[in-house]
Design a protein around this ligand. Structure first.
Ligand code: FRU
Length: 495
């Protein structure tokens, strides 16, 4: 038996979601069945399929009562919609089913562990929406919330820690125990990541403060994750109110690469995960072949104003990305499964252009995998290359790289938006190799996004595109001392 609220959401999405044609959506990125999505949740591998849930308001294209939407895939590229998994239909999550994770549980079911928001009293006794952690078990389609919910409650927090901000649990299996990482706001009002342990997912004890914001990294933190990539332990999280500086470009995301010395965490390295303006709230899964795959919300709270009000959906996931580590740096590459969509290869060269950007025969449309290798003969003066995506006359999304300064620009200012908070990002490219005269760039373009991977994936930038109309042009430009070789594949699905 499902609740009235969930039944209502499922009936609504079935009817309204079916009204959206495939051509109105991204081809291989996740988008909500209908309405709004923000964070991806519960990225997991269960019974032979990848599951992704997402923060979901089926009833409108803005944030609202949070449900969990649900998609499945066997290959990370072809996603099938399943009925909404959770609705805010119990006392403990009456104000929303916020972000969380999913893990195959010992009892053979898929456990969803997420934040329930409900009316209560905060740490100073004031009436407030408070956050506690919830558990539901299911067969991969339907989920039942356990009676004891919420199972990880606010009374476990130390004095002064916020009950209004206690969320986004991410479970990792630690021997015979489960360990969960949550975000919280400490007595100074700053974000912290705290952990708890349990043997049965229902009874939890406090473990430790994993990391505290020293005040230099925004205010509140969200969506923690803890992974081990090629022997390197890594803590990931998203930051609210990050002020732009040399290291961080925006309220976005950072990675701490850590050493775990007897459960202590020391920051060895810190980097931003994605330098685009539309990236937040990532999730990871270990694929059956051992790869760690990451996906995120291809949007950011600061950039949500950039939308096409006519679309019946808003928000999307990034392309799933394979993670690796080189020289202490976390690298990302689009999952190799994407290459199966390659169909139709075109290539061309752009050599020493002084004039206008040029189109290359066969390279156009909005679903492309574009590989660029560029070489600069004289980098003592500014020498730029450019790619214009979604082009129609003077409107396009600009990708630019300057060999002299090492600066990358990704800019959609002239890409047909009505209003946006932020349109442009500029970032210095610090490469892994020392060959400053050459650059390798891969661009993954879908109907509503461009994701750019430099080199081995040491610099990645994501940008959402919500044009009023589809613009099919692509063109290329190189300054006088630059040679550019381009290979592009159309990305297509057969059905
Ligand atoms: C991150 C976030 C989470 C929260 C969810 C609510 O984008 O703010 O911290 O659980 O979105 O939708």
């Amino acid at each position: 038996m499902i609740s009235k609220k969930l039944h209502k959401a499922r009936s609504y999405e079935l009817q309204k979601g079916a009204e959206i044609e495939q051509k109105e959506r991204p081809l291989f990125h996740i988008s909500p069945y209908i309405g709004w999505m923000n964070d991806v949740n519960g990225f997991s591998w269960f019974n032979g399929a990848y599951h992704i849930f997402y923060q979901y308001n089926p009833y409108d294209t803005v944030w609202g009562p949070m449900h969990w939407g649900h998609v499945v895939s066997e290959n990370l590229i072809d996603w099938k919609y399943l009925p909404a998994a959770l609705a805010p239909d119990s006392k403990a999550d009456e104000k929303g089913c916020f972000s969380g994770c999913a893990i195959p549980a010992r009892n053979g079911s898929l456990a969803l562990f997420y934040t329930g928001v409900h009316r209560g009293r905060d740490e100073s006794g004031r009436k407030a929406d408070v956050q506690e952690q919830m558990l539901a078990y299911g067969d991969g389609l339907n989920f039942k919330k356990v009676k004891r919910n919420p199972v990880l409650t606010g009374d476990i927090l130390k004095n002064g820690w916020s009950l209004r901000d206690f969320r986004d649990p991410k479970i990792v299996i630690d021997g015979f125990s489960y360990k969960v990482f949550c975000v919280n706001r400490n007595e100074k009002g700053l974000g912290q990541i705290i952990s708890f342990v349990s043997r049965d997912l229902e009874n939890w004890r406090f473990d430790k403060v994993v990391l505290e914001n020293d005040g230099n990294h925004g205010i509140m933190w969200e969506c923690p994750d803890y992974i081990t990539v090629e022997g390197q332990n890594i803590l990931l999280f998203s930051i609210q109110n990050q002020v732009s500086n040399d290291v961080f470009t925006a309220s976005n995301i950072v990675t701490y690469v850590l050493e775990d010395e007897e459960l202590g965490f020391s920051c060895e390295n810190i980097q931003q995960l994605d330098y685009g303006i539309d990236f937040y709230a990532h999730q990871t899964v270990t694929a059956p072949d051992g790869r760690i795959v990451l996906i995120a919300w291809l949007q950011n709270w600061d950039t949500c104003g950039y939308r096409n009000a006519k679309e019946k959906w808003f928000g999307q996931g990034t392309i799933p990305r394979e993670l690796s580590v080189q020289n202490g740096k976390l690298l990302q590459q689009p999952v190799r499964e994407l290459e199966k969509l390659r169909n139709g290869r075109s290539e061309g060269q752009v050599i020493c252009l002084q004039g206008k950007p040029v189109a290359i025969d066969g390279i156009h449309g909005v679903h492309n995998d574009v590989l660029i290798e560029a070489e600069c003969m004289d980098c003592s003066i500014s020498q730029k290359i450019q790619v214009h995506f979604f082009k129609k006359e003077n409107n396009y999304l600009l990708l630019e790289y300057d060999f002299m300064t090492g600066e990358v620009v990704l800019d959609r200012t002239h890409c047909g938006s009505d209003k946006a908070f932020q349109h442009r990002v500029c970032r210095k490219y610090e490469r892994l190799n020392s060959d400053l005269n050459r650059v390798r760039i891969r661009c993954i373009q879908d109907r509503n996004s461009v994701e750019v991977f430099f080199g081995e994936g040491e610099l990645v930038l994501s940008m959402a595109v919500y044009n009023r109309e589809i613009r099919n042009g692509i063109s290329f430009y190189a300054d006088s001392a630059v040679h550019m070789n381009i290979v592009a594949y159309k990305l297509e699905k057969s059905e």
